[in-house]
Ligand binder design. Structure first.
Ligand code: SAM
Length: 207
């Protein structure tokens, strides 16, 4: 999200035919809930096209990459790696450390730096550089995830230790990471915008 070090979601283990919707939904969830980028395997290039199309229509910024060697991305990642797995440590226990590593050691409830309420502060020192944050790579699987991913990840994070879905795990993880602020994010550059209504479906044409 704007004003923070980048968050990239890497989706491993895409099974052609079986995982099309799931991979698309991983990337759409990443986009909707504050991540900056999704990296997909070449077999998921159809999902990448779908998500680019949604971003063109409903706005961004959000990037989708198709990577030839996605596991290499984990090995060479210059930042924090969080792998979502039912075998990991509970999200509610490790998120403080993940936030500190990503946003910087001063990560507080405002996401970048602790606001001490001093009106003299102009907010500039709450940026990622001032807080010393690092880009975050969030890895989710499809089929069996190779052990080297568990080994390389700085954090193996469980959203409960029950088996469920990469989409659900990613949504809870991102919401805890951003402490709900992603829900207020404004998207830019799209050609339409949904106007919230109590009943009905209203879409504003921005072109
Ligand atoms: N045995 C796999 C595992 O390692 O979690 C389950 C595969 S599951 C169908 C696909 C993906 O969903 C996993 O790779 C993981 O990223 C995510 N996932 C499923 N349950 C999870 C949980 N309780 N916590 C975090 N991530 C989970």
């Amino acid at each position: 999200m704007e004003g923070h070090p980048e968050v990239t979601v890497l989706r491993l283990g895409h099974r052609p035919g079986r995982d099309e919707r799931m991979t698309t939904h991983v990337a759409l969830t990443a986009r909707a809930l504050g991540a900056d980028r999704a990296v997909l395997e070449p077999a998921a290039s159809g999902s990448a096209d779908t998500v680019r199309d949604i971003t063109d229509r409903f706005g961004g910024p959000f990037a989708v990459e198709v990577a030839d060697a996605p596991k290499g991305r984990i090995r060479s990642w210059d930042g924090v790696v969080a792998h979502l797995t039912m075998y990991g440590l509970p999200v509610q226990e490790v998120m403080g450390e993940v936030r500190a590593a990503h946003f910087g050691s001063e990560a507080g409830s405002e996401g970048g730096a602790v606001d001490d309420g001093d009106p003299a502060d102009d907010g500039e020192e709450s940026g990622p550089e001032a807080a010393g944050g690092s880009p975050l790579l969030v890895v989710v699987g499809g089929g069996k995830v190779p052990f080297e991913v568990y080994d390389r990840a700085g954090f193996n994070v469980a959203v409960t230790n029950q088996p469920h879905s990469e989409v659900a795990a990613l949504a809870v993880f991102l919401d805890r990471l951003f402490e709900g602020r992603e829900l207020d994010r404004q998207f830019e550059g799209g050609d339409r915008r949904v106007i919230p209504e109590e009943t009905g479906k209203r879409v504003e044409d921005l072109e």
